[in-house]
Write a protein that binds this ligand. Structure first.
Ligand SMILES: *[C@@H]1O[C@H](CO)[C@@H](O)[C@H](O)[C@H]1NC(C)=O
Ligand SMILES: *[C@@H]1O[C@H](CO)[C@@H](O)[C@H](O)[C@H]1NC(C)=O
Ligand SMILES: *[C@@H]1O[C@H](CO)[C@@H](O)[C@H](O)[C@H]1NC(C)=O
Ligand SMILES: *[C@@H]1O[C@H](CO)[C@@H](O)[C@H](O)[C@H]1NC(C)=O
Ligand SMILES: *[C@@H]1O[C@H](CO)[C@@H](O)[C@H](O)[C@H]1NC(C)=O
Length: 512
């Protein structure tokens, strides 16, 4: 507060020593007054008659043209309303004492553009913090770390373009985070993704920002109770059929984020015109995306299965009914058991277990019924693995014979004495090209897709107990959390192609 005048008047002070001394005095006095809590240039003390309304533990100083937070706030303050003022920065010492009872702090409409990294160290009991409609541009690392009790954080309508990946670290109780109407171009996946996510966060609003790309694969595998509160409408997203499928699926599941803002999910068609269309129209003329249909669960004979009951809310009471209207009970000797998290475990499935499983989830606020259609194949996964192995053995055999033939043709004692080197070179080249032809040297989407699908099938051997659901990308994505969203989609796809090639070859001994 006291620095800016001394800094701005610096060159003037150099030339006029007389004035300099006087200003020093003025600054000294101002500092004294600030320390004593006297009204003055620096933060005036709370005035419950003129500038604020004090109603027991509520202090409301809204629309009072305040430029600083009033000092000497009573220790018992629970709600502090400073909205619609001119407080442009929140310094570390805005409250020198701990306000242990303060649970609501309202600072919206203030032109705030500076938050000290220690702004919240003395208000650790905050549960509701409103910083909306200000001029914040970035959120630094650990800025909100002291706010372990915060449940709702409003940051909408600022100019935030940069969010440090550690900005929200430590906010163990945060349930609702509103980041709408900012300049965000990177989806903050770390907030919702398994392992790094804020455990209680069930509403994340990044609508009306500058998101072009979403980590669609990661979003699709999130539990429904997170997706239900994940709002990303009104962003300049790039149209893809993956985006369509994602939202169509959410809509079928009646998730609030997709249902309530169905018409606000827009995307930009590829091409120079940058035409904006509704995402839900992508299965029509724009892109001919195939209409989304929920896939049945598939399983193999004797597999152990876990059917999830993926509800829109956490902590619901879940009961299961098997095909033929058989209720799963705890005591019986059924092969199916309800686990503590509400999912259904079926040991050693048989083809007769195929059918529709129904999960009834009840809570005070909402009742949900979820259907899972299961299809059990009449062969074991091992069996299918064997046929795959046979196919590979045949392939290896074929390639080996080709190599032998080539060796026979070119490496046998050369009858052509005039040009032994030429023959040899040609032989090496053709072996080389016959091996490399398997790898895509150019970007061929069809081939990519083929390879991916292929590998998913091979991997399925190792995915026992994962609902027979095949995840083409596996679980290798721990560390690309830190990738920029812009490069995320592309980089990831390339990586998985590379991996799929190597895993195709890892089964085949002939390639080194
Ligand atoms: C705040 O400032 C505006 C414009 O300077 C003025 O019109 C308004 O009366 C002021 N409000 C208070 C409570 O002083
Ligand atoms: C979509 O399919 C229709 C016919 O089924 C075709 O006329 C149209 O050109 C296709 N549009 C695109 C973008 O592929
Ligand atoms: C399950 O228990 C009932 C008795 O409670 C018994 O009659 C039935 O044979 C048992 N079924 C199996 C598959 O063990
Ligand atoms: C959910 O169902 C139970 C009975 O199954 C009923 O008592 C309760 O009122 C229902 N709750 C809602 C929100 O519909
Ligand atoms: C499964 O296959 C076996 C033979 O491999 C056959 O005997 C049995 O009837 C089949 N079961 C079903 C349910 O199709």
């Amino acid at each position: 507060m006291l620095q800016p005048p001394s800094r701005t008047g610096h060159c003037l002070l150099e030339t006029l020593p007389h004035l300099r001394n006087r200003l020093r005095w003025a600054l000294f006095l101002a500092a004294c007054m600030a320390l004593l809590g006297l009204p003055g240039a620096a933060g005036s003390a709370l005035n419950c008659h003129k500038t604020c309304i004090c109603a027991s533990n509520i202090v409301s100083c809204s629309k009072m043209n305040l430029t600083t937070v009033p000092t000497s706030l009573p220790l018992y303050t629970a709600v502090l309303d400073l909205s619609y003022n001119d407080i442009t920065g929140l310094r570390a010492e805005w409250t020198p004492i701990k306000l242990a009872k303060l649970h609501n702090l309202l600072l919206s409409h203030n032109g705030l553009h500076f938050l000290s990294s220690e702004a919240f160290t003395n208000v650790k009991q905050l549960r509701y913090l409103d910083l909306s409609s200000n001029s914040l541009r970035q959120l630094d690392e650990f800025i909100f770390e002291p706010l372990v009790n915060l449940e709702v954080l409003l940051l909408y309508n600022n100019h935030i373009s940069q969010i440090d990946r550690s900005a929200f670290v430590g906010m163990l109780n945060l349930q609702k985070l509103y980041l709408s109407q900012n300049q965000i171009s990177r989806f903050p996946l770390e907030l919702v993704k398994d392992k790094s996510r804020l455990e209680k966060l069930s509403l994340l609003d990044v609508s009306s920002n500058k998101l072009k790309i979403l980590p669609i694969d990661e979003l699709q595998v999130l539990p429904a109770w997170i997706k239900n509160g994940l709002y990303f409408h009104n962003n300049p997203l790039l149209c893809t059929c993956d985006l369509y499928s994602l939202l169509a699926h959410w809509h079928i599941r009646k998730l609030n984020s997709a249902v309530d803002f169905k018409d606000d999910y827009k995307c930009v068609l590829p091409g120079p015109q940058k035409t904006q269309v509704g995402v839900f129209g992508l299965n029509g003329d724009y892109m001919n995306c195939s209409t989304f249909k929920e896939a049945d669960k598939e399983a193999f004979l004797e597999q152990t299965l876990i059917l999830g009951c993926d509800t829109k809310r956490r902590d619901m009471l879940k009961t299961w009914v098997m095909p033929g209207n058989v209720v799963v009970t705890a005591e019986s000797n059924q092969t199916a058991k309800v686990l503590t998290d509400g999912s259904l475990k079926i040991d050693s499935v048989r083809p007769e277990d195929s059918g529709t499983y129904t999960c009834f989830a009840v809570s005070e606020a909402l009742n949900e019924t979820i259907y899972v259609v299961l299809k059990v194949h009449n062969f074991t996964m091992h069996g299918s693995g064997e046929t795959l192995n046979t196919a590979y053995t045949t392939l290896v055999g074929c390639l080996a014979s080709v190599v032998l033939v080539l060796i026979y043709l070119y490496l046998t004692p050369c009858r052509c004495f005039c040009c032994p080197n030429k023959g040899k070179n040609r032989g090496e080249d053709s072996i080389h090209s016959s091996m490399l032809s398997v790898t895509p040297t150019h970007e061929d989407p069809a081939l990519k897709a083929e390879l991916n699908r292929h590998v998913a099938f091979i991997d399925s051997k190792d995915l026992q107990g994962q609902n027979g659901k095949l995840n083409p990308n596996g679980d290798e994505d721990d560390d690309d959390l830190d990738e920029e969203a812009g490069s995320l989609g592309k980089g990831k796809r390339k990586k998985s192609v590379a991996e799929s090639i190597s895993s195709v070859f890892s089964d085949t001994p002939m390639v080194v």
